[in-house]
Design a protein around this ligand. Structure first.
Ligand code: ADP
Ligand code: MG
Length: 743
């Protein structure tokens, strides 16, 4: 919205700076510490929860060392005493919850107000950080606020005392009730009835939500629990609609962009590739292939997410799309998250294309193309060559890491971008690559992490999605076992089992959470659902270097060839080790999660994951997808030192129980915090969504999406929906914008 244009009535109210309504002393800290500068920002800063005056939160459940707001009753007030070695005095109070048993010691320095106000029996809100000292919970110099309380006023019980107490997201500098007071002043000063409602009237009526004005009053100053619940439902739906409309509009605009149609040709590379393919495409591959072919041939850019298990044949589908583009005179770029993966893609694409990839070379097919690799670790000469082939168009397919994004990479005519394993690529990177094409290129994002429907609708709402559900025939099943170290026989059994595989001519992966050279592994973050992490951090975790040494001494493995692979190795060493393993020259590959994605060695049949409890569900599932790829049954052993029944070991049970990635990703989602799923954790730790939870509110999201589509279809610029348009602008702060662009 441009600064010059006058805001419509109501919107102007929302944009009003708080200092215009309340004293700078009240407004200043809100702006400074919470970023709340306008009426709209404050009104949309909703209470996180509500306290019931009847029920105090058990003090034992109050989290330690976090900013908290606690309601408690004063049990006793200690004597005021002088401070040792300093001027001034100190006074302790003991407060309690409903149990009257667990208590909290509250200490004030030089606070005469506290002495006169915090009489035994008084109910108050306290805000600060609770710490544990000598097994006693302490709260030092908290901010506090007395609550009107019917126990004290007896017969004349103030009706106000029955009201739920809103608890706002607050900070040490601005307590919840200071926010509450400013909100009260603003609610009084602003004519809420003129505020424009982002929910179109018909939708508000259908959803039977209270009016916007009523909702603001009820979410901030509820008289009854039902009131804030109703108000929250309305704002939740409103949030879903705002988000879905933003996505729908984005998708609509993307679809309206012009792209070069890449129709392919009847006798081109794709046709030859298909006729030479050593297997038949699965039904899923054919169906998705037809969809992609149609979209590539259109004058608007394709924006599609392709999901499917590891090994479901996504790469083949993507390759066929690339060939269609090459057949139409364009180029395709394949962006991989790591050097290892880029090199693997490069090799496997070249080998599957055979003579088709030897365009211009002796013995190659006349109309063939070239596949080029572009990575950061190439020699200067190889890189120069690759850059030239890319710029001249000689290279039909350019495979690379983020080196593809650097300034000096120019394409002759980039028609299709394929992003493999999207979750490791940022928005800016994708946009950078897009900017290398004259017209918007077609985009295909591939992910092996199955994404539940609602998350897809929320996070990738602007991409169309396709899913490969079946694995190619002949794919042998993977059996997964948990090896608890509480049973010492397991340890020996594992390496004996590895020996059996090797003797049968197969290969073995051993995965460790750490490298062993003063590091924390290759970014295999401890799973987010691990509360007792610090307690366990002291235990030694399996490290690649140590495990290699140990296995070299292991009798069962005598005479086998064991190598290490991890992110700290230099790229040449990494590539060599990977190539040796792929060639069957290494029996046991001990590695970190560098092998997590995409690596394809069909002869590997056993994977042993050490300290498996350190990995997340989807990571484990991805990892085990590395075995059982060559028609040979795969086995995965999850080794853990945790005792059966330990919460983190249940995660392993889930992985062992099913190989259905969709079931597992639902499971995973339940265990993780929302912010992690939506990727907001990197941008400051708070989830981008305010009231919505992707899994919990599936119905709401689906309904809002339908509504959003209907709105955007008729009114794509939201000219008839100014309030909704403004709400989107307001919602899209930079964090949220990035969130929309993921995918
Ligand atoms: P993804 O990228 O989904 O992990 P790939 O496309 O790399 O899967 O396929 C995994 C392996 O299966 C590759 O070796 C590939 O050649 C093979 N493959 C792909 N599609 C089929 C199919 N329809 N039938 C048999 N093998 C297939
Ligand atoms: Mg793949």
């Amino acid at each position: 919205m441009s600064a010059a244009s006058p805001l419509p009535e109501g919107l102007a109210e929302l944009a009003l700076p708080l200092e215009r309504l309340v004293s700078p002393k009240s407004a200043g800290p809100l702006k400074k510490h919470l970023g709340l500068g306008t009426v709209g920002e404050l009104l949309n800063h909703f209470p996180r929860r509500y306290l019931n005056r009847g029920e105090l939160m058990p003090i034992e459940q109050v989290p330690l060392n976090e900013d908290v707001t606690i309601m408690a009753r004063v049990l006793s007030a200690g004597d005021r005493r002088p401070m040792r070695g300093r001027k001034g005095h100190i006074q302790d109070f003991v407060v309690t919850d409903d149990s009257g048993i667990s208590t909290l010691k509250v200490t004030f320095f030089n606070n005469f107000g506290a002495q006169s106000q915090l009489k035994p029996g008084v109910l108050a809100l306290f805000s600060g950080k609770v710490t544990l000292y000598q097994r006693q919970r302490n709260l030092t110099s908290p901010d506090y606020e007395l609550l009107p309380d019917d126990e004290l006023s007896g017969q004349e019980a103030d009706f106000k005392a029955q009201r739920p107490v809103p608890v706002y997201p607050a900070t040490a500098k601005v307590s919840s009730w200071r926010i509450e007071k400013v909100v009260a002043a603003v609610l009084d000063a602003v004519d809420l009835d003129v505020l424009p409602d982002p929910l179109p009237a018909e939708i508000a009526a259908r959803e039977r939500v209270p009016s916007l004005a009523e909702s603001y009053r009820q979410i901030h100053q509820p008289m009854l629990a039902e009131e804030w619940q109703r108000a929250r439902d309305r704002f939740r739906f409103q949030e879903a609609l705002v988000l879905q409309t933003a996505l729908a509009r984005r998708r609509f605009q993307a679809a309206a962009e012009e792209a070069t149609a890449r129709r392919g040709s009847a006798e081109g590379l794709l046709a030859r590739f298909d006729s030479a393919l050593p297997f038949t495409l699965t039904n899923g591959q054919q169906e998705v292939g037809a969809v992609l072919a149609g979209e590539l041939a259109a004058h608007h850019p394709m924006n599609r997410l392709l999901q499917g298990e590891v090994g479901s044949g996504k790469t083949v589908v993507a390759l066929r799309a690339m060939l269609q583009v090459i057949d139409s005179g364009g180029q395709a770029a394949l962006l991989a998250p790591t050097e290892v993966l880029a090199a693997q893609h490069y090799e496997s694409i070249r080998s599957i294309l055979g003579p088709l990839a030897e365009g211009g070379m002796l013995g190659g097919f006349d109309g063939g193309t070239q596949v080029t690799l572009l990575t950061g670790s190439q020699s200067a000469a190889a890189r120069k060559r690759a850059l030239l082939d890319t710029a001249s168009g000689t290279a039909g397919i350019v495979v690379g890491t983020h080196a593809l994004l650097s300034d000096n990479v120019q394409f002759f005519d980039l028609g299709l971008i394929v992003v493999d394993e999207q979750h490791r690529f940022g928005v800016e990177q994708r946009d950078l690559l897009r900017s290398k094409a004259v017209k918007p290129p077609h985009l295909l994002v591939m992910t092996a992490t199955p994404i539940p429907r609602t998350v897809a609708m929320t996070v990738f709402g602007d991409l169309e999605t396709s899913t490969l559900r079946e694995l190619p025939a002949g794919r042998a099943p993977i059996s997964t076992h948990i090896a608890g170290l509480e049973n010492p026989r397991w340890v020996q059994r594992i390496w004996a089992r590895a020996r059996e595989e090797i003797d049968a001519g197969h290969q073995v992966y051993v995965v460790c959470p750490k490298i062993g050279t003063d590091d924390d592994g290759d970014g295999s973050l401890p799973p987010a659902d691990e509360p007792s992490l610090s307690a366990r951090a002291s235990r030694e975790l399996a490290e690649v270097t140590a495990v290699v040494e140990q296995l070299n001494l292991e009798r069962a493995l005598a005479g086998t060839r064991i190598e290490a692979l991890h992110g700290k190795l230099d790229p040449t060493a990494k590539a060599e080790t990977m190539a040796a393993f792929a060639a069957g020259d290494v029996d046991v590959l001990v590695s970190t999660t560098v092998i997590e994605v995409g690596v394809d060695v069909p002869n590997a049949t056993l994977m042993v994951i050490l300290d498996a409890d350190r990995f997340g569900i989807s990571q484990l599932h991805q990892l085990r997808g590395r075995v059982g790829r060559g028609g040979l049954p795969g086995t995965c052993v999850l080794v853990t030192a945790l005792e059966p029944g330990h919460p983190s070991r249940r995660r392993l049970d889930a992985v062992a129980a099913t190989t259905d990635g969709f079931v597992l990703s639902q499971e995973d989602l339940k265990l993780r915090r929302e912010g992690d799923i939506l990727g907001a954790s990197q941008s400051g730790g708070r989830s981008t969504l305010r009231l919505l939870r992707a899994l919990q509110h599936e119905d709401i999201i689906a309904q809002a999406r339908e509504d959003a589509w209907a709105i955007v279809e008729k009114d794509s610029y939201l000219l008839d929906h100014p309030a909704l348009d403004a709400a989107i602008e307001g919602y899209l702060n930079p964090d949220n914008e990035a969130f929309l662009e993921r995918g």
